[in-house]
Design a protein around this ligand. Structure first.
Ligand code: TYD
Ligand code: MG
Length: 477
């Protein structure tokens, strides 16, 4: 028998090389290559003809109707929304997120809910002892739910247990990184182990029709630790995000074979577990300081869901040669662009000022539709004038300074009305037909914004780049 060559596997991307290197050629990660013993059962390419002859499979046409897959609803509406209406039997989901963000809490709540509704649920914890999970269940007041619980890390033992009992509807594995299987010889937590374990559980889900939810850890770089490969194998990847210093948490599908990927679920972490937030705008606008300059309410969309959030800007004189530009919750390149457009097209001078931009509440937004709200917040801070408190802003700014319309304008306006806003500063194309109770201000370009939204402000001073040090943040009289 040929001597088995050593195999080196990148723990970040799963690339296999014949020798160790400090940097992975495939993904560029440093210090991520580890020697793993044993042939990878999945990668094993021997070059020999397979011993089993292939079976002829039926080929189908694309046309034809399918039934909607049946769904296992969890009863947690925000979770069901993200999965696309509940778990699909036989599917595998990967739930990722930072440590301590609340993955175990969410899944235990979901498990308890499903079990209470009468579907058998197995919860397998590889990280915590049964007593710890029980304690959490007690804290969440779900310990009466008939969830079958085990603390186990061996995939073979888990599969044997699952196949022995009645078929569960939902199996939760917390977490995939703690599992190990004897078919891969590498240490637990390595790419080979995680991949082989995931493969075995996926096979179980497909053959048994149970939904399997895998919990995955996230590295400090923000990717699902190690097994990027697992992301390709599962049917849906759901990330649970939020920032530790805020109570709210966002659930987002980044991949979903059975539903949309643009929906978000919003939760609030309370002393008794995660609470669904069905009106997130209210949460994000909760503690608004309407009298200070530099704050503009952005009428955003997350998926099909309107979400109003406050954008805060602070423009302050710089004490450094190169002014600082710091952004929390938005794209810093986008901010640089809005600043450049304000300077080049409207003569607003920000070159000598530090600019800080934050999305209130710790939310991250990625929409270019926030450009107009950012511009309004910047000018408001620079001018020292608070914007009207009952006004929302949205619109994409192009490099020429024009404001372009964005998708879902009607939904954004409707949400603004619902939350009691009376005015909206919007692109021309969407201003014509406002919902009842809302006055729209049409903005063709950023210069219009300066004229119309800062009517009465000392615009010459804004354009001259008023030495902000002379100017206490003035409140509008
Ligand atoms: P956990 O679900 O263990 O996080 P993960 O599995 O993602 O690592 O949640 C951990 C945090 O949540 C922990 O720091 C405590 C907090 N928490 C609450 O605030 N309220 C609760 O009811 C529970 C169960 C946890
Ligand atoms: Mg956990």
């Amino acid at each position: 028998m040929a001597k088995r060559a050593p195999k080196f596997v990148c723990q970040e991307c799963g690339a296999v090389t014949g020798r160790w290197a400090g940097k992975c050629d495939a993904c560029g990660a440093w210090n991520s290559i580890v020697e793993e013993v044993g042939a990878d059962p999945i990668l094993a390419g021997t070059g020999k003809q397979p011993a089993v002859k292939g079976r002829r499979v039926a080929l189908h046409s694309l046309a034809g109707t399918n039934d909607e897959p049946p769904r296992l609803e969890t009863g947690i509406a925000e979770l069901d929304r993200v999965t696309g209406g509940g778990f699909v039997p036989g599917s595998v989901l990967l739930v990722g997120g930072d440590p301590g963000i609340g993955k175990s809490t969410l899944l235990l709540q979901a498990a308890a809910q499903v079990a209470s509704d009468g579907s058998p649920v197995v919860y397998i914890s590889g990280e915590e002892a049964v007593a710890q999970v029980r304690l959490r269940a007690e804290r969440l007041s779900v310990n009466a739910a008939p969830v079958a619980l085990a603390a186990e890390t061996s995939v073979e033992d888990i599969l044997a247990t699952l196949s022995a009992g009645p078929r569960p509807s939902l199996v939760i594995i917390d977490s995939i990184q703690t599992l190990w299987t004897s078919i891969a010889e590498a240490a637990p937590g390595t790419v080979s182990q995680v991949r082989a374990s995931a493969q075995a559980l996926i096979r179980y889900a497909k053959t048994s029709g149970a939904t399997v939810v895998l919990v995955g850890h996230v590295t400090k770089e923000g990717t699902l630790a190690g097994p990027r490969v697992v992301e390709h194998m599962v049917d849906a990847v759901i990330t649970f995000e939020g920032d530790g210093s805020h109570a709210f948490r966002l659930l987002r599908a980044t991949k979903n074979r059975f539903g949309p990927t643009d929906e978000i679920g919003v939760f609030e972490m309370t002393g008794a577990g995660l609470r669904e937030v069905d009106n997130p705008s209210q949460l994000f606008l909760g503690e608004r300081d309407t009298a200070s300059p530099g704050a503009a309410v952005f009428a955003g969309m997350e998926g099909t869901r309107p979400l109003l959030v406050e954008i805060q800007a602070l423009v302050a004189p710089t004490s450094l040669g190169t002014p600082r530009r710091a952004v929390v919750g938005w794209d810093s390149n986008r901010l640089a662009m809005v600043i450049a457009v304000l300077e080049a097209r409207c003569g607003v001078r920000l070159a000598g000022s530090d600019v800080y931009l934050a999305v209130a509440g710790g939310l991250r937004i990625g929409e270019p539709a926030a450009d107009l709200a950012v511009a309004a917040a910047l000018v408001s801070s620079l001018a020292g004038l608070a914007l009207p408190s009952d006004c929302v802003y949205f619109g994409e700014v192009s490099l020429s300074g024009r404001v372009r319309s964005v998708a879902h304008a009607a939904g954004r306006l409707k949400e603004a009305v619902k939350l009691g806003f009376g005015q909206a500063v919007v692109p021309e194309a969407v201003a014509a037909d406002p919902p009842k109770g809302l006055r729209t201000v049409a903005i063709g370009g950023l210069n219009d914004l300066l004229q119309k939204a800062f009517d009465g402000a000392d615009l010459d001073r804004v354009r001259a780049g008023a030495d902000s040090s002379e100017r206490a943040p003035a409140l509008r009289p």
